[in-house]
Design a protein around this ligand. Structure first.
Ligand code: SF4
Ligand code: ZN
Length: 304
């Protein structure tokens, strides 16, 4: 079947409605959909400083391009790119991203676990015998939030797509951690606390496949290296499960997101009363006496 709009050769079939699109109609569809998410949920407003968390992968390059399109149109949005090197052997390589930012005159700030915490992720995992992704997620979120605040960023853009969000929703259901789901959605957060920089997700309604096709068409200089830890993660199991369901029952991923968005106001209401404390060591916001990051650092000091 040719492209629905111009009868040209198709490059993709959209999974939620079986529509075929050619290269240029798909690019238009993708950019419109991302920009519609930005305007519908008021993700980016005039005169804001927007931080973009970039890993150098397809999602972050795509979202960077979308926010850049918006900044070129509006002229009153400032962009600061934040990249984190976790210290994973054979993986994180920020060279493509650095070159791209230099060529496109984009302000890039890079940080590493090694410099900020005095230890790489590989060393933490080895020392504490932890699951890499849980430690990585906690430390990266902490760094992104504290550095975004230091850089006086109003909102932090992430490249999360529809597949990522559907996986996180199911992971929270399977693990019984519904409180975490209350923080999800196109803009994160349950309660306003000026120490938390809101995270926004312009690619929220675009699938992983759509982002991959967009990044391919746009020829972004992507680092195709896959993290060696991704295969052993809980997320990877949930991802396989959802993908196999989607294959048999088309539209499953969109249905997970749509039903979640209907429940989200209730979840937010339910978990609004949970108290945000300050970590007694680093004073960052957290839910217990000591934040998870300081918990890790304390453990590292005691383990030989
Ligand atoms: Fe970190 Fe896990 Fe992602 Fe690797 S797969 S970058 S360890 S969260
Ligand atoms: Zn702390």
């Amino acid at each position: 079947m040719p492209c629905k709009f111009c009868k040209d050769k198709p490059v993709i079939t959209l999974t939620n409605n079986n529509v075929n699109l050619c290269r240029s109609c798909f690019v238009r569809y993708f950019e419109r959909k991302a920009l519609k998410t930005v305007s519908k949920y008021s993700l980016i407003n005039d005169n804001e400083v927007i931080g973009i968390a970039c890993s150098g992968g397809k999602d972050s390059f795509s979202v960077l391009h979308i926010v850049n399109l918006l900044a070129e149109k509006r002229k009153n949005i400032k962009i600061k790119i934040i990249a984190i090197d976790e210290g994973i052997k054979t993986y994180r390589d920020l060279e493509f991203l650095k070159k791209y930012c230099k060529e496109n005159n984009l302000e890039l700030h890079t940080y590493s676990f090694e410099k900020e915490f005095g230890i790489t992720l590989d060393e933490i995992v080895k020392k504490l015998k932890l699951k890499p992704c849980s430690a990585c997620g906690v430390l990266r979120r902490f760094l992104l939030n504290s550095k975004a605040r230091e850089l006086k960023v109003d909102k932090l853009v992430t490249g999360h797509n529809l597949d990522d969000e559907a996986q996180t929703i199911i992971m929270n259901n399977f693990r019984g951690t519904l409180e975490r789901s209350a923080r999800l959605g196109p803009i994160t957060g349950v309660k306003k606390d000026k120490r938390f920089i809101p995270r926004i997700k312009p690619l929220y309604f675009l699938t992983e496949k759509e982002v991959a096709v967009y990044a391919f068409i746009k020829k972004f200089p992507i680092d195709f290296n896959e993290c060696p830890n991704s295969k052993i993660s809980y997320r990877s199991d949930v991802r396989k499960l959802i993908n196999s369901f989607e294959e048999k029952h088309q539209g499953t991923k969109h249905a997970i997101i749509n039903s979640f968005l209907e429940e989200l106001p209730l979840l937010k209401k339910q978990f609004q009363t949970s108290v945000i404390k300050s970590c007694s060591i680093c004073e960052e916001p957290c839910s217990s006496e000591i934040c998870k990051v300081c918990g890790f650092i304390n453990k590292i000091k005691t383990v030989k």
